[in-house]
Design a protein around this ligand. Structure first.
Ligand SMILES: NC(=O)c1ccc[n+]([C@@H]2O[C@H](COP(=O)([O-])OP(=O)(O)OC[C@H]3O[C@@H](n4cnc5c(N)ncnc54)[C@H](OP(=O)(O)O)[C@@H]3O)[C@@H](O)[C@H]2O)c1
Length: 227
């Protein structure tokens, strides 16, 4: 268990990635976790559910549910765990509560799906991480992270991770903040992959992982380990 605690908002934390990160941080760290939603009742119900799942395993996690804006206002780090096409709107919805030095984390990957599988779908800005950075208020750095994590495996606390997450950032302090948060999850290794300009390649890995999982027998909830 880490000793330094951070208040982390999971915007859209009612969804699959938010659940996985909440359960992992709730089990492996002492961070104060704020589950965000567009609907505060949905947030509270999700936070209660995650807390109950952790309590069943003997972990007393700090979890509360709030609307996204309130969660972001109370947190020093906010993860944009919302669909890729709503990242810009979500940043705008919470921007008033962000203070200079707060950090936004973008895990979203734009994808399309057809009969063959999933395909990378880059926004005009080049990456969803860049969309988040363009929407962020001045003084609020964005870090791209968690794009390639399998939410189902995160949420299965019996599963070992043994995987990497790639970080892209233009701000060294913000990258270090998110590196430390990621390293707090047992079995997850954060690796720096350069500035936000390198986000498209990372976001493009996500549909590849889904396509491999759909086609390779016996593999599901895939992550990547670089070695
Ligand atoms: N699932 C994965 O394995 C995984 C892995 C890595 C990265 N990601 C990325 O992480 C992000 C979240 O993935 P997810 O699978 O957790 O998604 P999800 O379950 O489909 O959605 C997450 C949450 O987003 C909120 N949301 C839905 N529509 C919205 C809108 N129009 N505006 C604002 N919020 C909205 C919902 O929360 P409320 O209705 O409660 O507001 C929902 O619970 C995505 O961008 C995805 O690319 C996912």
């Amino acid at each position: 268990v880490t000793t330094q605690t951070t208040t982390v908002a999971l915007l859209g934390g009612t969804g699959d990635l938010g659940e996985g990160l909440a359960l992992r941080w709730g089990r492996d760290t002492d961070h104060e976790l704020l589950v965000g939603s567009r609907d505060p009742d949905r947030a509270a119900a999700a936070a209660d559910g995650y807390a109950a799942a952790l309590a069943d395993r003997g972990h007393d996690a700090s979890l509360a549910g709030l609307d996204n804006a309130a969660a972001a206002a109370r947190a020093s780090v906010a993860v944009l765990a919302v669909p890729p096409y709503h990242v810009g709107d979500t940043v705008a919805a919470v921007a008033d509560g962000l203070d200079a030095g707060d950090v936004l984390v973008s895990p979203a990957a734009g994808m399309t799906r057809d009969g063959d599988g999933f395909h990378a779908h880059r926004p005009g800005a080049g990456s969803v991480t860049r969309v988040a950075a363009d929407a962020a208020p001045d003084g609020v750095p964005v870090v791209g992270a968690f794009h390639n994590l399998p939410a189902g495996r995160l949420a299965d606390l019996d599963a070992d991770l043994g995987i990497d997450t790639l970080l892209v950032a233009d701000d060294d302090d913000a990258r270090e903040t998110v590196r430390a948060l990621a390293a707090g999850i047992e079995g997850l290794r954060p690796l720096a992959a350069g500035p936000i300009a390198n986000a498209p390649e990372i976001e493009g890995l996500t549909p590849l992982l889904i396509n491999v999982a759909a086609n390779a027998d016996g593999l599901h909830d895939l992550g990547v380990r670089f070695r």
